[in-house]
Design a protein around this ligand. Sequence first.
Ligand code: NAD
Ligand code: DAU
Length: 359
Amino acid sequence: MILVTGGAGFIGSNFVRDWLALNDEPVINFDKLTYAGNLSNLASLEEDPRHIFVRGDICDTAHISRLLAEHRPRAIVHFAAESHVDRSIHSPGEFISTNVNGTFSLLEAARAYWSGLTGEAKDSFRFLHVSTDEVYGTLGPNDPPFTETTPYAPNSPYSASKAASDHLVRAYFHTYGMPVLTTNCSNNYGSFHFPEKLIPLIISNARAGKALPIYGDGMQVRDWLYVGDHCSAIRRVLEAGRLGEVYNVGGWNEMANLEVVHTLCDILDMLDPKASGSYREQITYVQDRPGHDRRYAIDARKIERELGWKPAETFASGIRKTVQWYLDNQAWVHDVQSGDYLKWVEKNYATRDTAQEQQ
Ligand code: NAD
Ligand code: DAU
């Protein structure tokens, strides 16, 4: 079996569902269930004996050590993290605790467990660390995309905490010979994406008749990848990645935020039209994110060359499926928008100056 951390969150829950849809190898899903972790993301696995959910904190080395001793997984896939850049600006402490100290605790538990393995079990053990393209910092409009050798230059508390965790993982390979792999991926989108992030937030606000907040001028560029493609990349790296190596994962799909929001409005205008007018009329410019990275772009040639991985989904097909999923799953959106979430919305948007888009 494999152990997954953070498997109740957006990408982790997609990974666990896809994993069990594709093969019978059981998964221990270890998750603290923070505001971002949600057992309803795993509702389809409720009766599935191959899925063992354990609530716990990756900072708790003893708890993880007990689990490893009991279940003896052949691999750890590490998703658990605080993942939202804006929250890291308001409350960086939790990012250091989970992303840095938590990854360290997990590495320590994994090292002790792996050191005690012998023969084939030791040789085939893997620790796959799921990281982000944000560790590389920001690009100018004509800079080449990030490669695996681009120097680290994180700009937010979130990306700095992820960079620190990447360095720890790297050090455990070089110092202890631990069989680690790291993936650095671009922006994901798809089902079960928490509505604090741009794409699900826009869909949710649009339907609720609320403002669609664009930070700054909306010309920041991200490289969007469908979550199912990220999951297939992780499976491929776990299967065949070279030990100690880093693989950049991306969709070859750079888009400015405004273009993404316009696309969402246009799809909603088709699938769920308003009584009159377009959802674009709700677009509102708000004060920019402090330290906002201007452009991310991933050069994903290494994973394609070495492991034969390429994204399967185009943005056009993936984003349409995603909007349809949100329209079909209003109850999920309603449930995750709890009291805590509403407090966050108040904190993040109430103090920003706003301006309507000129139509
Ligand atoms: P998410 O915020 O949706 O989910 C994170 C999960 O981790 C939640 O289920 C949460 O309960 C759990 N968690 C948080 N702290 C924990 C702790 N101390 N112990 C145990 N569990 C804990 O995040 P996501 O968007 O699914 O991202 C997953 C991973 O992928 C993260 O490591 C993130 O840095 C990385 N990543 C995300 C993206 C993206 O676009 N979302 C892109 C590249 C990389
Ligand atoms: O690049 C990978 C990263 O992508 C992951 O490591 C992070 O975990 C993930 O959250 C994501 O980070 P971003 O900051 O790029 O994602 P977010 O959805 O928060 O914002 C996307 C862009 O949209 C960003 O330029 C900020 C902008 N934005 C965001 C929100 C929430 C807005 O303009 N308005 C908003 O209300």
